[in-house]
Design a protein around this ligand. Structure first.
Ligand code: CP
Length: 309
């Protein structure tokens, strides 16, 4: 399989074959992560800059680990520790970074479209590590890898995604990826947190969590994105937890072998009870583990790993 994308800006632009290639490549890289010496020379001589304008634990760490395990030189830049805090524009920052000849820039930004803006202006590859409420492609891909490991196929699966859909880049990327691979996606949340017209992207929409998770194979819970909500969209967190939180009782409505997912960071006691978050149906830390392999695959593929037939 040939992978011809220079950038990974979103799932929207990836075909079913592209997604399959990324998941298969990640599956191959997983083995390296359990070796005693977790390093291969695949990207030796390549330079990767992680440019994060928003907080991150999982994404930034796993992109850094992924780059290092492939022997790339990996540099982390956060907005607070860079000249962005002195007023430098994104374009000037990008041009200055480009002058140092990186091969890949991994970028997270609060503005939707910021990685696309960067990709149009510089010569190296750009990977979107989350842009505003738009997309978080590497998260969706690690979610799909985790689902495939448990369910073997996407065809015929029902995946319920519950929470603040309107402000969730994870929901949008998963919706694109899961529907493209043949799964049925149900989106659920308070009416104020469901974007109008989202059905047109192939989702079924619910405002009752119980209906959304009934007979689901996968239940994916999302955090309320208070940092992206311009005004309060719900009365109290306690009320939200009562009507939209996943707990021991409503989880029984899903299939008996349903898996419970969460991209993190979790707000225990709000969108998910601690009992469920730590229960035997949760695969949350498997998602994190798969994040390293998926990001190794993305770095390898955009660096040209599969471009020769
Ligand atoms: N899932 C996710 O993007 O987590 P971080 O914000 O910690 O990177």
């Amino acid at each position: 399989m040939v992978f011809r994308h220079k950038h990974i800006l979103g799932i929207e632009h990836l075909s079913r074959d592209d997604i399959q290639t990324i998941l298969d490549t990640a599956e191959n890289f997983r083995e390296i992560n359990s070796r005693e010496i977790k390093k291969v020379p695949t990207l030796r001589g390549k330079t990767i800059i992680n440019l994060f304008y928003e907080a991150s634990t999982r994404t930034r760490t796993s992109f850094e680990i992924a780059g290092k395990r492939l022997s790339a030189d990996t540099i982390n830049i956060s907005a607070s520790g860079s000249s962005v805090s002195k007023g430098e524009t994104l374009e000037d920052t990008a041009r200055n970074l480009e002058a140092m000849h990186p091969d890949i820039i991994v970028m997270r930004h609060a503005a939707s479209g910021a990685p696309h803006y960067l990709a149009e202006r510089i010569g190296c590859s750009v990977i979107n590590a989350g842009d505003g409420a738009h997309e978080h492609p590497s998260q969706a891909l690690l979610d799909l890898l985790t689902i495939r490991q448990h369910k073997k196929t996407f065809e015929g699966l029902t995946v319920a995604i519950v929470g603040d859909i309107a402000h969730s880049r994870v929901a949008r990327s998963n919706l694109y990826a899961l529907t493209r691979m043949g799964a049925k996606v149900r989106l659920a949340g308070p009416g104020t947190m469901i974007p109008p017209g989202i059905e047109r992207l192939g989702a079924e929409v619910y405002t009752d969590i119980r209906e959304a998770i009934r007979d689901a194979d996968v239940v994916m819970m999302l955090r309320i994105q208070l940092e992206r909500q311009g005004k309060t969209l719900l009365p109290t967190l306690r009320e939200y937890a009562r009507f939209y939180g996943l707990n021991q009782e409503n989880l029984k409505l899903a299939k008996g072998d349903a898996i419970v997912m969460h991209p993190g960071p979790m707000n225990r006691g709000v969108e998910i009870s601690s009992y469920v978050a730590d229960g035997n149906q949760n695969v949350i830390l498997e998602q994190v583990e798969n994040g390293v392999a998926v990001r190794m695959a993305l770095l390898y593929l955009v660096a040209g790993g599969e471009s020769k037939e």
